[in-house]
Write a protein that binds this ligand. Structure first.
Ligand code: H2U
Ligand code: ZN
Length: 343
């Protein structure tokens, strides 16, 4: 028993939110929903897939016969470059006009291989695409969100491994809060919040999962999702566009190892939402920012039992069932060699 086994609250330094940690909750019996993941027999090419090379998409546009990453304009975008929306502002009914651009990034031509199952050199290409796309869109848009929804449980619409990029002319809520918290921290402590956080995690090693020459990943002190992780570069980098070639290669390596650990945890393809946060090109608080990625996976007890953010979480405050220290230990115990390669 440690003090962390007792119910307590922790604060998310990046957002200012609190999370209720109640590690004994996993002792309760479970007879609720179990999710059975899609079967393992995914073909390397699926003639019905909207994202496979050479196939027609839902819009009727045809994908080229691509190999490696392939990017296209989302056929059903959430943001449009131009709109005719007319803003109205009254205290109770505020609205804002928005413009933007949405793209879809297929990680490779292979329908059946998720990020950690790709060769390292192929993951490096995905990272290069993220950087190039970010550079281009960040010149024009206030916020460029690069993300991946993986698995049916996260609402992913297609098993062909892919991510998305949504760029908009506004700063979304999460980024607004992270910017505010980091700015306030920088003003009162004289150094970036995540630089100090990283130093602490490197010294204590209580929550570390992966560490290489340029990057580390931890289950953060304030994690909400059971096996949530945060990926941070060791150098003070504010956005993806500043990453050197070596840092991009080391990121591919970290992703391969970390995501393999996730899949090995329950011997199943681990669902998650993952995405990048950093300083906008238009930010006036760049010094306070540090690039990072969040991975939010929903699984809790097995590949079939997930954490639900319902009742207390929706009405009062987010709560977690295992401590971040327990979660990072579980991930550290997992191999970095993907289970599909072990047979
Ligand atoms: P998700 O699996 O995370 O929903 O992402 C798939 C995206 O791909 C989704 O935003 C787009 C959807 O609009 N899409 C196309 O642009 N064309 C298609 O033919 C299918 C899906
Ligand atoms: Zn496909």
């Amino acid at each position: 028993m440690t003090i962390f086994d007792q119910p307590h609250r922790r604060q998310n330094a990046l957002t200012g939110d609190w999370v209720l940690v109640s590690p004994r909750r996993t002792m309760r019996p479970w007879q609720g929903e179990r999710h059975y993941p899609e079967s393992g027999n995914i073909p390397c090419y699926d003639p019905e897939c909207y994202l496979c090379p050479g196939n027609n998409r839902a819009s009727g546009n045809q994908n080229p016969d691509y190999t490696g990453p392939y990017i296209f304009q989302n056929d059903f975008p959430s943001l449009l470059p131009e709109t005719e929306f007319i803003e109205k502002e009254t205290p109770l009914f505020k609205s804002q006009s928005v413009s933007g651009n949405c793209r879809v990034l297929c990680f490779s031509e292979r329908h059946d291989l998720s990020l950690p199952e790709l060769e390292l050199s192929s993951i490096e290409k995905v990272v290069q695409f993220w950087v190039e796309e970010y550079k281009e869109l960040a010149e024009k848009y206030r916020w460029v969100q690069i993300f991946e929804n993986k698995g049916e449980q996260m609402g992913c619409s297609n098993p062909h491994p892919h991510g998305q990029i949504w760029a908009g002319d506004f700063l979304p809520n999460e980024l607004h809060r992270e910017e505010q918290q980091q700015r306030e921290y920088f003003e009162s402590h004289g150094s970036p919040l995540l630089s100090e956080y990283l130093d602490h995690e490197l010294r204590k090693k209580q929550r570390l999962v992966e560490l290489n020459e340029h990057w580390l990943s931890v289950v953060p002190w304030w994690a909400i999702w059971p096996f949530e992780t945060l990926i941070i570069p060791k150098r003070h980098v504010t956005g993806l566009h500043e990453l050197s070639g070596d840092e991009q290669a080391a990121l591919a390596e970290l992703l391969k190892n970390l995501l393999s650990r996730y899949d090995n945890l329950f011997q199943a393809s681990f669902p998650y939402s993952m995405g990048w946060h950093g300083a906008s090109f238009f930010s006036n608080s760049k010094d306070a920012w540090r690039l990072h990625a969040h991975i939010y996976p929903p699984l809790l007890r097995s590949s079939t039992i997930r954490k639900f953010m319902v009742g207390y979480e929706m009405l009062a405050e987010v709560q977690r069932d295992i401590s971040p220290e327990q979660a990072s230990a579980r991930l550290r115990e997992c191999s970095t060699l993907h289970y599909s390669k072990k047979a």
